[in-house]
Write a protein that binds this ligand. Structure first.
Ligand code: SAM
Length: 259
């Protein structure tokens, strides 16, 4: 299933940065959880980030790799890749590719059978063809290599989806991402030939301290529709008046498939 959102909204570096800043109000540390899931790798491992954006995970994981490792990142947004390049300071050599993970067969530097780890965090559901990407990932991995997907899980964002739905439609793509995408990853993974699966779940909560801080997050998300700000702000404010904050559930699943 594909989103109706424009690719400029999906790939906007400034919107991504604004959304990521909401993590400072989270009850559990998402980065620390990701680091705990990080798989055991050979020294000198080759790692590829699909939809690396501004490099949140690249910057987190690169210091854990040996200097002889090579890190690759692919993203549609040249602007995000420029931010990542500017901020990157770890020893592993970094190769950034401005392009689509839907067309990895056209990228010469991505050689079959050469990667130890290929991962995607909050990105792969934007693909035009999940089965094809997963087949390509399988082809690019070494035997025993790991494909790692981090994505939302059922129940995520439930507190504000119910508010938004009283004013406008929320596109079915969002339900697909929260409820079905991870199941498709497992099903296509099995079809491609992956032989084992290690799942892990994080139930997190973002505690927005004010209705305004939530609205800032909302306006930078794909959920935002113009024309309802006053109504939504007022509903969120009622929760803040009651609870002293606006809590939003973020349920996250990590799936590691081994070739
Ligand atoms: C929500 S952001 C996540 C970025 C990063 N992985 C993170 O967790 O901070 C999704 C990213 O996927 C990228 N993206 C979407 N479709 C893509 C495609 N077909 N090929 C490559 N990148 C894509 C967007 O440009 C955006 O940077």
């Amino acid at each position: 299933m594909q989103t109706k959102s424009s690719s400029s909204d999906i790939s906007s570096a400034s919107k991504l940065t604004a959304r990521l800043s909401a993590n400072s109000h989270a009850s559990r540390d998402f980065d620390e959880w990701c680091l705990r899931q990080f798989p055991e790798l050979l020294l000198g491992a080759n790692v590829l980030d699909l939809g690396c954006g501004t490099g949140k995970q690249v910057s987190l994981f690169a210091p854990l790799l040996s200097a002889s490792s090579k890190f690759y990142g692919i993203d549609l947004s040249g602007e995000s890749l420029d931010i990542l390049k500017k901020d990157y300071s770890s020893p592993p050599q970094l190769e950034l590719i401005e392009g689509s993970f839907d067309e990895m067969e056209k990228i010469n530097s991505l050689e079959g059978g050469t990667f130890d780890l290929i991962y995607a965090s909050y990105a792969l559901y934007y693909t035009k063809d999940l089965g094809k990407v997963i087949n390509d990932v399988y082809r690019l991995l070494k035997p025993g290599g790991i494909f790692w997907v981090i994505c939302p899980y059922s129940g995520t964002n439930q507190e504000f989806l119910s508010i938004l739905r009283t004013y406008h439609e929320v596109e079915p793509f969002m339900d697909y991402v929260f409820d079905d995408f991870h199941k498709e990853v497992i099903a296509f993974g099995e079809k491609s030939g992956f032989r084992s699966l290690k799942p892990s779940l994080l139930r997190n909560k973002i505690h927005f301290p004010s209705a305004e801080s939530f609205m800032k997050y909302l306006k930078n998300s794909l959920f935002y529709r113009e024309g309802f700000d006053r109504e939504i702000l007022s509903d969120v404010q009622k929760v803040v008046d009651n609870l002293g904050e606006f809590p939003v559930s973020k349920h996250i699943v990590s799936l590691q498939l081994r070739k």
